[in-house]
Ligand binder design. Structure first.
Ligand SMILES: Cc1cc2nc3c(=O)[nH]c(=O)nc-3n(C[C@H](O)[C@H](O)[C@H](O)COP(=O)(O)OP(=O)(O)OC[C@H]3O[C@@H](n4cnc5c(N)ncnc54)[C@H](O)[C@@H]3O)c2cc1C
Length: 469
């Protein structure tokens, strides 16, 4: 029987493991941490009974994919829960904007920008199923839906600072800017629209759901599925070298590219080793999980009903903050993402005590403390917030990397979302999962289609391995 070892139990490692196991391969997943799941772990970080998502919180791109269609994780206990409002962006004077499931309902709240929001996101939402079929795999392949993909590509190729001119009101500009900031790139760079356009469209097509009971439910369901197929996960084993895996016929590496070089570099062709060593990481995040009493008192009422709240002033303030972070400075007013998962999933809270998720974009490897800036940003739009804090759990960029080595210098998306790395990650190659060693593949978020707890990198990499087998 063919034997595979998967190094790392993040969603991509587990998706690769499931895909191989379903094809009859004997699969073992080796995980360095004591708890499996990588970026999908959740735990009681602050007070007993409050479940915090340690990394991934919202899963618009995991709901309907080739992987989710092949592996019904609901059968193994995964339940998606949707907030009433997918994401919101409060502004200083109590105004703001909110994204709902329906394009039309969202547009209707944007006054003079109603038509422009519908024109950009209406057709994309209608064809999003065809578009994701192409962008959830390597971009070097011939698209199966070229016309739908071309429409997406026209917007995705633009700098966010150009696409934002489609809207004139501060509300619509901020609503789009907040979602574009997920790229963790200066908004003037080429293709800085790509991730924002995908996530904004996904909010309309699929919503931004959370996993009931915490994101750990995603990896729990994957592990249950794997076990029913005969595979297993072993925790507390850090793989340092391919020599540890000499009995494996196939090796899948759910690790960052430079870690792959440390593990397997001696056997890699020089060009591959050099390309993976040169892979670039992006800025970091500084994360605080709060326990709060009651709710966040947002002045902008729809933000009280939103799963995700993008916390910064208008588009210009956001653009300035993202530019500063890329230059290596922490802005006085950074971009802060607040997650209110308990609105969609009350099982994570106890009584009036709730787990609140917040992180700021900070420079790569930032060594300072961004707690004051994060709390000041939230307090600015939700006066009285500080009085509701019961406890905090803080992770700096270095602590994030200690928690998960794939988050190099706090880069939680495992690689800079530059135009080059959006198209060719981790290196220009027809098979981006191959590392130049027979039967050894990279399958982490450093490969296409990139970051997110959707498992598609692992699924695609395993298909490649199976094709060779
Ligand atoms: C704060 C934060 C917020 C996020 N928000 C979202 C979100 O809302 N939605 C979303 O979809 N995504 C989000 N993400 C990103 C998402 O978590 C990642 O993109 C995703 O987890 C990547 O999956 P992966 O399988 O590639 O790697 P990971 O999930 O990073 O897992 C890699 C695993 O490999 C293990 N490992 C590494 N090296 C070794 C080794 N040598 N030996 C053994 N084991 C090893 C690690 O311990 C880890 O468990 C967020 C991440 C963070 C940190």
């Amino acid at each position: 029987m063919t034997r595979a070892v998967v190094v790392g139990s993040g969603p991509n490692g587990l998706a690769a493991a499931l895909t191989l196991a379903k094809a009859g391969v004997d699969v073992e997943v080796l995980e360095a941490a004591d708890t499996p799941g990588g970026g999908t772990r959740s735990s009681e970080l602050t007070l007993p009974g409050l479940v915090h998502d340690e990394c991934s919180g919202f899963h618009p791109l995991a709901v309907d994919t080739p992987f989710s269609r092949e592996f019904d994780l609901a059968a193994y206990g995964l339940t998606w829960r949707w907030p009433e409002i997918q994401y919101a962006h409060p502004l200083d004077d109590g105004r703001g904007a909110a994204a709902l499931r329906s394009v039309e309902d969202t547009a209707a709240l944007l006054g003079p920008d109603r038509r422009a929001w519908s024109l950009v996101f209406g057709p994309l939402t209608e064809r999003f199923g065809s578009i994701t079929a192409d962008f959830l795999r390597p971009m070097v392949r011939v698209p199966s839906h070229p016309f739908a993909l071309a429409r997406f590509g026209v917007f995705a190729a633009l700098p966010a600072s150009v696409l934002v001119r489609a809207w004139s009101t501060p509300e619509a500009r901020a609503l789009y800017g907040g979602v574009a900031a997920h790229a963790l790139r200066p908004l003037t760079t080429l293709m800085s629209s790509a991730i924002g356009v995908a996530l904004a469209t996904a909010a309309h097509a699929y919503g931004w759901p959370v996993a009931e009971g915490g994101s750990a439910a995603i990896s729990r369901a994957m592990i249950r599925g794997l076990e029913t197929l005969g595979g297993k996960v072993v925790t507390g084993v850090r793989v340092e070298s391919l020599a540890q895996l000499d009995e494996a016929d196939v090796v899948m590496l759910d690790v960052a590219p430079r870690a792959a070089v440390q593990i397997a570099g001696d056997a890699m062709p020089h060009a591959v080793r050099r390309a993976l060593t040169r892979y670039r990481h992006g800025p970091g995040v500084f994360k605080i999980d709060f326990a709060i009493d009651g709710e966040v008192p947002w002045r902008h009422e729809p933000s009280r009903r939103a799963g995700t709240v993008h916390v910064i002033g208008d588009y210009d303030e956001l653009a300035h903050a993202e530019r500063e972070v890329a230059r290596g400075h922490l802005p006085a007013r950074p971009f802060v993402l607040v997650g209110q998962q308990y609105l969609a999933d009350p099982t994570r809270a106890t009584g009036s005590h709730r787990p609140l998720y917040a992180y700021a974009h900070v420079p790569a490897g930032f060594t300072g403390d961004a707690t004051a800036q994060i709390e000041a940003q939230i307090e600015r739009f939700a006066p009285g917030f500080r009085d509701r804090i019961l406890a905090r759990h803080v992770r700096t960029t270095q602590q994030l990397q200690q928690y998960n080595p794939n988050y190099v210098a706090g880069d939680v998306v495992t690689g800079a979302n530059s135009a080059r790395q959006l198209v060719f990650r981790p290196r220009p190659a027809f098979n981006p999962y191959a590392v130049g060693i027979p039967a050894v593949y990279l399958c982490s978020a450093a490969t296409p289609p990139g970051a997110g707890a959707h498992g598609m990198c692992g699924y695609n990499a395993a298909q490649t391995a199976l094709a060779r087998l």
